[in-house]
Write a protein that binds this ligand. Sequence first.
Ligand code: 3PG
Length: 306
Amino acid sequence: MKILVATEKPFAAVAVEGIKEVVAEAGYELALLEKYTSRQELLDAVADADALIVRSDKVGADLFDAAPKLKIVVRAGAGYDNIDLEAATAHGVCVENTPGQNSNAVAELVFGLAVMAARNHLDGTSGTELKGKNLGIHAFGQVGRNVARIAKGFGMEVSALDPYCPDEVMVEAGVAPIKELTDLYKTSDYLSLHIPATAETKGSVGYDLVTLLPKGATLINTARKEVIDEQGLIKAMRERSDIKYVADIRPDAADEMEAEFGKRVLFTPKKMGAQTAEANINAGIAAARQCVAFLRDGIDRFRVNK
Ligand code: 3PG
């Protein structure tokens, strides 16, 4: 059995070592394709793979067509919007993610971005503090819960909205459950997005929600750029010169936004939220273990397609 790790954005070396150990212990073969620059390299590499581990790498019908032996794809991470689930199912391939394994890393970056925004990118001018400010968490999954935990340390007042999460879970975490999206936005000095990119959420955060934010608010996006209606956000930021936007991954309109809004925006050059040694180890090793469990024992606990 051959397990291919294909990562355009590579794992930390220590994580790759851990993956190698798991695969060797199972008596399987490991192939590594890192920093590939063409689609063809990826398609060639999957030709004889039984299992595939990826990050945000695009996995679509072309890949399944090129991988006749493929039985499982594990997205080492949370969001699997990069994987065509229908095509996977049509090819009889199991798709899994590794929920929670990289969520602390993403949550820590939320505060890195928030502090950078609050301190004017550390440009020598006087900024503001997070303590005492209201933080609204839009979706209370694994990342949202870690964000809440860290926010408590900063002395922030935390509220969250998530129709899929019972109120008790939030209350137990010291977080106020909010039922109406408009209420969450109206009350959040910092609004942190943790919704997945789905047909329903894509382009769902735009002018109407952003203009509800209180004076001086910062919108933080460590989720996906696609959940933002960029033109709506730009319109809102033109009308509301007090609002800031910080994001882990450059929006399509990044150049335009940087030119127009200067320090009111801050973007990472690549998606960096999960780019820590710890998150790479957790997610990479979990992915390798899940591949082995599936290939050897048929276990598909984290399956996300039917
Ligand atoms: C995730 O969905 O797990 C994060 O966005 C991390 O993505 P990455 O593996 O591309 O860094």
